[in-house]
Structure formats: C-alpha cells, structure tokens
Design a binder for this molecule. Structure first.
Ligand code: FES
Length: 172
C-alpha cells in the first residue's frame, strides 16, 4: 500500500496518483527506482512539486531531502509548472501504435509550439511522457489533474482550445 496523497485525504480522488502508485508498486517501492519513479511522476504530473516529492519519498521510504536532492540535481526534472495548464500526452509504444503521434502533430500545429514547450500566451505546456501505465486505454492524455483514455485528435484539439479560451477570458 502506497502512501495517501494530500488530495486523496481531502476526499478528492486524483487519478494521477493511481498511475503513480502503479509504477511505484511495479518497482516494489524500491528506493533504487527513484530516478525512474521521478521520470514517471513528471510524465504524469508535468512537473514535480514539493507535495509530490514528499509523496514519492514516503512511498519509497527515502528521506525527503534525498528525493529533493536528486530532483534538483538533474536538469531534466522540472519543479514548477511552466504553463497555467499541462497537457501530457503518453507517447509510449501502446499509445504510439494507437495514434498518439497524430495527436502530437495536431496539437503542435494548433498550439504553434513543440512538445516540451509552452504556448506563447503561457496557457498550456505540452509534455510527452513515456508509458503512464494505462496502456489498455491508449492513447492516454493527462490534462491537469485528469486522466483521459482513448483520446482522439478531435478531442485533444477541443480540450486544448477550451483551456486556452478559459485563460483568455480570465485575462480580459
Ligand atoms: S504506452 Fe501509453 S499508457 Fe502505456
């Protein structure tokens, strides 16, 4: 059993933690898998905030300082969100086979930025992830705190447009 997240404690189920728990369990809650777990977590959440690092430390039974130290040492780990929203697209094998590459292309065209970047208005960061552990639902996207399976090009475009529209209205 993996540690409970703060969000779960608040009664709100955050499915991203379920995906993370699955990866942690797959690695038998081993501290040796720390870097791999940080990769998975960043793939699912888009970045690693303090709550998440603490959650991982707890699950792997490692001192939080060690987890924080590793996350800050490697430049490919992000500790802060870039855009207001994160659109994480799984590009693992199962998702790729089911069309994740088409979704990726369509989003890059729509957002006029590549995966790994943020739209020029700062509203959405496009992030690609390796397998997030829900291959049966491929292609999978994690948009902010929600996991979406069987994603299509049309749905991805619609969701990203909604996010950008919401931010535009907020800034008016
Ligand atoms: S490859 Fe995408 S969830 Fe496994």
């Amino acid at each position: 059993m993996v540690a409970q997240s703060k969000k779960a404690d608040q009664g709100k189920i955050d499915n991203r933690y379920k995906l993370l728990d699955r990866a942690i369990t797959k690695h038998h809650n081993s501290g040796y898998a720390l870097i791999e777990i940080l990769h998975v977590a960043q793939g699912i959440f888009g970045y690693l905030d303090n709550e998440l690092l603490y959650y991982i430390a707890n699950a792997l039974k490692l001192p939080p300082s060690r987890v924080y130290g590793v996350a800050t040492f490697y430049h490919f780990f992000r500790l802060k969100p870039q855009g207001k929203h994160t659109f994480v697209l799984c590009t693992g094998t199962a998702c790729y086979v089911k069309g994740a590459n088409e979704i990726q292309r369509a989003l890059e065209q729509e957002c006029k930025c590549s995966f790994g970047e943020t739209t020029s208005d700062g509203s959405v960061s496009l992030i690609s992830a390796r397998c997030v552990g829900s291959c049966g639902l491929a292609p999978v996207a994690v948009i902010d705190d929600k996991v979406y399976g069987k994603m299509t090009v049309d749905e991805a475009l619609q969701r990203v447009r909604e996010l950008r529209e919401t931010e535009k209205e907020r800034n008016v």
